[in-house]
Ligand binder design. Structure first.
Ligand SMILES: Nc1ncnc2c1ncn2[C@@H]1O[C@H](COP(=O)(O)OP(=O)(O)OP(=O)(O)O)[C@@H](O)[C@H]1O
Ligand SMILES: [Mg+2]
Length: 288
């Protein structure tokens, strides 16, 4: 297993026509295997396009992508794109819109069946995936359209997991969920990451970047402007404002407290819990 490597990757929609739109320009970066990378940037910066290329849904206009043992080059044909695709699972924005089968189990079996696995194998994969997302067994025969929004999203994610992808791409996975639904989904993604999958997550929520990601990839007008850690990103206010990004509330509050004279540690508090324990510790030291 090795990393994901984008090399001089460019992509234009309707390339070679008068309607061409350049969506990505010369992106080169290596994403470590097993990492959790947040893909962030202003609307229209190229995040979804980059993820669709990694999923083999689009092929590069120029440059190439390597994922593990496979490579996708400019001009790849359908067959090469399909082979490249097998390594990734893509949870689209509002994935529940793609549910279609009569029962939950049939819906989740569709992906592995489509990869050529037998019905028996597909069933085993589907059940394993539904268990991963904690979907209750007694509801396997229900219509996916009778479920709550949160349950539908879990079924849709199980449909992707049933294909056993090594790399999991999620485009705005928490969009439209209430705070408890968001927490639950992030815990699920964390479990999947702990099982050594590489995660790429497009998000506009800097709190999630701080709390979960170990790497960040910042896009701006089709170019990559930064690849690093959340600590490195949130320590650069100018870079944040240039990219229309905010700090997580905990980082901003920590800075205000430091400005008021509270000697907090140099490392940024990436979550409210971390900030709270640093404040408590600092006050204890001050008193002691
Ligand atoms: N199917 C398409 N045809 C033509 N242009 C497109 C198409 N999809 C996206 N674009 C353009 O490509 C550029 C990158 O779009 P992309 O959807 O990758 O951005 P994004 O970062 O995912 O934005 P958002 O945060 O709004 O989801 C934008 O200029 C967009 O208008
Ligand atoms: Mg997008």
């Amino acid at each position: 297993m090795s990393a994901i490597q984008f090399t001089n990757l460019s992509f234009s929609y309707q390339a070679g026509t008068p309607f061409a739109v350049e969506a990505l320009r010369n992106v080169s970066v290596t994403i470590p295997n097993g990492s959790w990378t947040a893909v962030i940037g202003h609307t229209g910066s190229g995040k979804s396009t980059l993820m669709q290329l990694l999923d083999g849904l689009l092929s590069p206009t120029t440059g190439s992508i390597r994922n593990g043992q496979r490579q996708l080059q400019a001009g790849a044909n359908r067959k090469e794109m399909a082979a490249f695709r097998q390594q990734t699972g893509f949870v689209f924005q509002f994935p529940e819109n793609q549910l279609f089968a009569e029962t939950v189990l049939e819906d989740v079996m569709f992906g592995p069946q489509n990869l050529g696995r037998t019905d028996k194998e597909a069933r085993t994969d589907a059940i394993a995936a539904l268990e991963m997302v904690h979907f209750p067994r007694e509801d396997y025969k229900r219509s996916p359209f009778d479920l709550s929004g949160g349950q539908m999203r879990r079924v849709a994610i199980a449909g992707v997991l049933a294909m056993r992808p090594q790399t999991l791409i999620l485009d705005e996975p928490t969009a439209g969920l209430d705070p408890s639904g968001q927490d639950e989904l992030m815990r699920l993604i964390k479990t999947l990451h702990d099982q050594h999958r590489t995660i790429l997550m497009v998000t506009h929520q800097m709190e999630l970047v701080g709390a979960y990601a170990d790497h960040v990839l910042v896009m701006n007008h089709g170019q990559m402007t930064m690849f690093g850690t959340p600590q490195q990103l949130f320590a650069q206010p100018q870079l944040l404002s240039d990219n229309h990004l905010k700090m997580p509330a905990s980082v901003a509050l920590g800075q205000q407290l430091r400005a008021k004279g509270l000697p907090l540690p140099e490392t940024l508090p990436l979550t409210i819990e971390q900030l709270a324990s640093e404040v408590a510790e600092t006050l204890r030291r001050k008193q002691g």
